[in-house]
Design a protein around this ligand. Sequence first.
Ligand code: PHE
Length: 438
Amino acid sequence: MTVAFALRRSRTLLRTTSYSRCYSTPSTVSILGKKYPIDSTTNVTAAIVDKVGRNLYMDPSHPLGILHSLISSHFHDFNSMTGLPPVVTPAQNFDDLGFPPDHPGRAVTDSYYINRDHLLRTHTSAHEVETFARGERKWLLSADVYRRDEIDASHYPVFHQMEGARVFAAGTAGRAELEADNARLAAHLARSPIVIEDVPHLSPTNPAQPAHDPAHAALVAQNLKLSLNALMLTLFGDRAGAGEGVPLRVRWIEAYFPFTSPSYEVEVFFRGKWLEILGCGVVQQQTLDRANVPDNVSWAFGLGLERIAMILFSIPDIRLFWSQDPRFTSQFTAGQITTFKPYSKYPACYKDVSFWLEQNSAGLHDNDFCDLVRDTVGDLAEDVVLIDSFTHPKTNKSSKCYRVNYCSMDRSLSNDEVNAIHARVVTSLVEKFGVEIR
Ligand code: PHE
């Protein structure tokens, strides 16, 4: 798939330019061949749009593809969907799922907006309504998702999620199907080396929805739990490192999502630590009503492929997934979970930048700085930390100091090279945010 920009400036210049803040801005952003007019909401950067269409999870010998195939074959009778375009509306991503108007996920500091009517999906749940509306009853949907975030070893603004859902009829036929499937799954789990720390299916703080019969909702929640416990066995059983004969430990925790109730999070005890694996719950009835399949009940889950792949393949830095270095890519084989062999750790080199923000300026969010760094130096920044922030008591000006740790995954950077790329970050910061370097 192609990603192109409506170019008025040279591509090199655009690469270091956030659309909304450059001086002579292009008037459109082009994603997957479609042009979108920009407006004052636009905050997507060229570095992010460049990632659209890479579809790492579709490569069967990439760790994300290997994990994707493993999960798809676990749910072998679910329809596994891929390749849905990442541009969605705020209605799809938020409103249709019951996100309140003031939910922080909607903020321009947290999500990548193409313009006020379009954003890059922040989760695969954005496709729930359309998928239910197509009449899918057992489905998986995998996709790239986008969130503005800090820079460190486990955060990257593009990552991959897999959503899964199963729909049951609301009446007695649905109840019979649930009871039979729950008995089958419970028998499988009873024979397996797994210890589950459960929470009640329903509780006053994690209730059934008013539209649901609590007994029916409890059966759906139980089916969700049994299905996901079985998935945890497929992914982590025998690999938990606890040793021969030691069962896998899975822990269920009450959670909250605007689009499910009851809701849960699942954690797995892996190599001595509890790790958060996924979020899930019984789908809000309004989602199914909106999809025109009202007489049904469904569960859904969403999991992040990178987080699980980092654990299973022992991949220490999330940037590695994007590496095209054969020393990374050639290590993996379709269908196999193998331990990543680090080829080298190149020296890191940090540089600080301290500055005054313009008086009365709207401020500079940490995510603005991180996007500026990514857009200027790509994956050469290993992490970014705000090391100092204060407001001058007399002038009322605020000051910030960020430390950027530069480290390439593929080669050594010379001090001169780091000085040069850091100078570009500083120049870009002055140009786009009008800061005064201290
Ligand atoms: N979309 C949620 C997230 O990104 C995960 C989720 C999916 C939770 C489906 C419940 C049901 O965190």
